[in-house]
Design a protein around this ligand. Structure first.
Ligand SMILES: [Zn+2]
Ligand SMILES: [Zn+2]
Length: 215
């Protein structure tokens, strides 16, 4: 039963998650650590819990979710997992870094393992489901733990909000469809871990989200 740890990093207040397996392996989800003290915070969390990272898994590849990828890959010598459409968003990262004034941004290479809708991630013998939820960007995936009843929805669905659709590859109708078909079909009590802000539940958003509500 994977345990979820969370940290908040960088000026975009991005949530980075560490999923701890029963055998103390872990996945690092969306490492957004940018400053040295943020990298140290992530290392401390992993070391203090006696965890062994086995891969970085990204829900998507917007700048605020990729700052720590190269650091993690090198530090633990682990691969990057991400959706097969990742390279489209990755190709805009340098431009975005310049626009926001981040000096010395090192581009992130395409994922070492490409994920597709319906794939599963093995964490110490327990399985997490991958679903494709485009609309905020082309390559966005959500990670579902059907044993512990939660979904990591990245920047697709937030507590009282939804992801923006004005960046390259974004599309409102596609986003709404992803939320309705892949998230609102989950049981109401499922916890939703978000890329920004506090967690919520499927039920809370389904019945009160001002942007996409259940029919
Ligand atoms: Zn995003
Ligand atoms: Zn984000």
């Amino acid at each position: 039963m994977p345990k979820v740890h969370s940290l908040t990093f960088n000026p975009f207040q991005e949530n980075t998650y560490v999923l701890e397996g029963l055998g103390k392996s872990c996945f690092i989800i969306d490492p957004g650590c940018l400053e040295h003290h943020e990298e140290k915070e992530l290392v401390n969390l992993i070391e203090n819990n006696g965890l062994t990272p086995i891969a970085v898994v990204n829900t998507h590849f917007h700048l605020d979710h990729v700052f720590g990828i190269n650091y993690c890959k090198k530090k633990w010598d682990i691969p990057l997992f991400g959706h097969e459409l990742a390279s489209f968003t990755l190709s805009f990262n340098e431009q975005a870094a310049k626009m926001y004034g981040f000096q010395g941004f090192t581009p992130v290479q395409s994922p070492d393992r490409l994920l597709a809708h319906g794939d599963q991630l093995d964490l110490d013998g327990e399985f997490l489901d991958i679903v494709h939820v485009p609309g905020h960007c082309k390559e966005h995936i959500a990670i579902i733990d059907r044993t512990e009843n939660w979904v990591n929805a990245g920047d697709v669905l937030f507590n009282g909000s939804i992801g923006r659709t004005d960046l390259p590859g974004g599309d409102m109708a596609t986003l709404e469809n992803s939320i309705r078909e892949e998230l609102y079909t989950l049981p109401d009590h499922y916890v939703v871990y978000c890329g920004h802000g506090p967690a919520t539940t499927i039920g809370a958003e389904k019945y009160s989200n001002p942007f996409v509500r259940a029919d």
